[in-house]
Design a protein around this ligand. Structure first.
Ligand code: F0G
Length: 419
C-alpha cells in the first residue's frame, strides 16, 4: 500500500457507515469510522485515513466555510464558530519583489481562534461527540490547544492540553486558559508532550485531537479546496504551487488528500496538481532533511529550536502521509533561518497582513526557492499563513518598531516629530 494521486476509487468495506470508513495507509486494513476509538491501525500501527464511497465534484459544494464541503467530510455538520472561508489576499508589491507571475496569501490566521486548527476542530470535536467521549486532549505548541479549548467548551466537553513549558506564545496560552482548558506545562519539548498525550489516550483517559487524528485532517482539507476554487475563479487555472509551514505535516497531508480526491473525481488533471512545498525553520527541519536525502523515513530530531515556536517540532508524525505528497506533486521542502522568517513577517506586515512567525516561514521559503531558481518567474503561487500576529505579541513587538516616549503637549510632540 502507498498513497498515490493515481489511486482508484476504493471499494467500501462491509463496515462502512454512511459511505465513510477508516483505512490504514500502510496495510489497507479497514475499520468502521465511529464504532470504536482508534487513532492508528490495530494491525500494523500505521496512520489512518477517512475514505468515502462517493466523493463530490468541486461544482457540487454549497454554502460558506468548512461546512460548505460537508459532502467531502465524515459528518453533515459540526461544532462550529464559522471557521474557514478565510481571505486569499493579493500582495502586489511582495509579488513583484519575489518575482512570480502571481502570489496570493491564504491567511488562516483569520479563523475564529486565529489559526487553521479551527478547521480541524470543527470536525474532530463533532466526531468526539459522535463517539460519546467527555474529555478531549492534545499536545500543542499553542494553536491546537487554543482551538481545542474553544471548540471543546462550545461542545460542552472537558479539555486537557499539554504544552512545552516556556515555549508557547502568550496569546495562545491566554486562549486555552480563558476557554477553560486544564493546562499542563511539561518540562520537555512538543514531541515529548505528544508522546505523553498519546499514552494517556491509549489508556482511555482522553480523546486525542492532535493531527494524528484522521478526522481532524478532513477539516483541514478544506484549505486546499478553498484555494483551488478561488484560483479557478480568479485565473481560470489552479495554482502551480502551494507553499506552507511544516510542523507535524498535518496540513501537508491534508492538502495532498484534497488533491487525491479531486483527481479521483476527475476535477483535477494530474498535470495540474499544485506542487506541495513545505518550509521548516533551520533549527527544526527533519522533513527537509528527509526530502534532501531522498529518505523513506524522517529521522526524529531531539534538540529543536526556533523563534517560530509553533513549528518547533522534531518528530513530524504525519510524515508517512506528507512525504509522498511532496514527492508525487513534484514539490520540495526548504529550511529558512529565524532572521529570514522575521524579515518575511515584516514583508507581510508591510502589505497589511499580520502573521505569527511560523506563518511567515512560507513566504521566507518561497523567497529562498525563487532566489535559487527552484521556483520560476512564471509560477502562480499560494502561500499559507497559518496563524495571526496577535498569537505571539512578543515576537511581533520584537520585529516591529519601538514606541517613542513624548511629552504630554502638542508642541513637545511636534518638536519630537521634527527631530
Ligand atoms: N503554523 C502554525 C501557526 C502552527 O501552529 C502549526 C502547528 C503549523 C504551522 C504546522 O502545521 O503540524 O500541520 O505541519 N501547530 C501545532 C500546535 C503543532 O500544537 O498548535 P502542521
Amino acid at each position: 500500500m502507498s498513497l498515490s494521486l493515481a489511486a482508484e476509487q476504493p471499494e467500501p468495506p462491509v463496515d462502512a457507515e454512511d459511505g465513510a470508513w477508516l483505512e490504514c495507509i500502510e496495510c489497507g486494513e479497514t475499520f468502521a469510522p465511529f464504532a470504536d476509538i482508534r487513532y492508528t491501525c490495530d494491525e500494523c500501527d500505521g496512520l489512518l485515513e477517512v475514505r468515502y464511497t462517493d466523493l463530490p465534484s468541486l461544482d457540487e459544494f454549497e454554502g460558506q466555510g468548512v461546512w460548505r464541503y460537508a459532502d467531502a467530510l465524515p459528518l453533515e455538520s459540526g461544532v462550529t464558530t464559522q471557521e474557514g472561508a478565510t481571505p486569499l489576499y493579493e500582495v502586489p508589491r511582495l509579488q513583484d519583489d519575489v518575482g512570480v507571475e502571481a502570489l496570493r496569501i491564504k491567511h488562516e490566521g483569520m479563523n475564529p481562534t486565529g489559526s487553521f486548527k479551527d478547521r480541524g476542530m470543527t470536525v474532530g470535536v463533532a466526531v468526539a461527540k459522535e463517539l460519546g467521549v467527555d474529555r478531549l486532549a492534545c499536545a500543542s505548541t499553542g494553536n491546537t490547544s487554543a482551538a481545542l479549548a474553544a471548540y471543546g467548551s462550545r461542545g460542552g466537553m472537558e479539555t486537557l492540553v499539554l504544552l512545552p513549558a516556556g515555549k508557547v506564545a502568550a496569546g495562545k496560552i491566554a486562549q486555552a486558559s480563558l476557554h477553560g482548558a486544564r493546562i499542563l506545562e511539561v518540562d520537555g519539548n512538543f514531541d515529548s508532550c505528544l508522546d505523553i498525550v498519546q499514552e494517556l489516550a491509549a489508556r482511555g483517559e482522553a480523546y486525542l485531537l492532535n493531527s494524528l487524528n484522521p478526522f481532524r485532517l478532513e477539516g483541514q482539507k478544506t484549505i486546499g479546496l478553498e484555494i483551488l476554487e478561488a484560483f479557478r475563479d480568479d485565473y481560470g487555472a489552479f495554482p502551480d504551487r502551494i507553499v506552507l509551514p511544516v510542523g507535524n505535516a498535518g496540513n501537508t497531508s491534508a492538502l495532498y488528500k484534497a488533491f487525491r480526491e479531486l483527481v479521483q473525481v476527475g476535477d483535477l488533471p494530474l498535470e495540474d496538481v499544485p506542487k506541495l512545498t513545505g518550509v521548516q525553520a533551520e533549527g527544526a527541519a527533519p522533513m527537509v532533511e528527509a526530502i534532501e536525502n531522498d529518505a523513506d523515513e524522517v529521522r526524529r530530531w531531539d534538540d529543536v529550536e526556533t523563534r517560530a515556536t509553533a513549528i518547533r517540532i522534531g518528530n513530524p508524525v504525519n510524515a508517512p502521509k506528507a512525504l509522498p505528497g511532496i514527492r508525487e506533486t513534484d514539490g520540495t521542502a526548504v529550511a529558512v533561518s529565524d532572521d529570514e522568517i522575521t524579515d518575511a513577517q515584516r514583508d507581510l506586515a508591510a502589505e497589511g497582513i499580520g502573521v505569527e512567525p511560523a506563518s511567515a516561514a512560507s513566504v521566507a521559503g518561497l523567497r529562498k526557492l525563487r532566489a535559487e531558481g527552484v521556483v520560476t518567474d512564471d509560477e502562480r503561487v499560494a502561500c499559507l499563513t497559518t496563524g495571526h500576529l496577535l498569537k505571539d505579541p512578543d515576537a511581533a513587538a520584537a520585529a516591529g518598531s519601538e514606541p517613542q516616549p513624548v511629552p504630554n503637549d502638542t508642541e513637545g510632540v511636534l518638536e519630537h516629530l521634527r527631530e
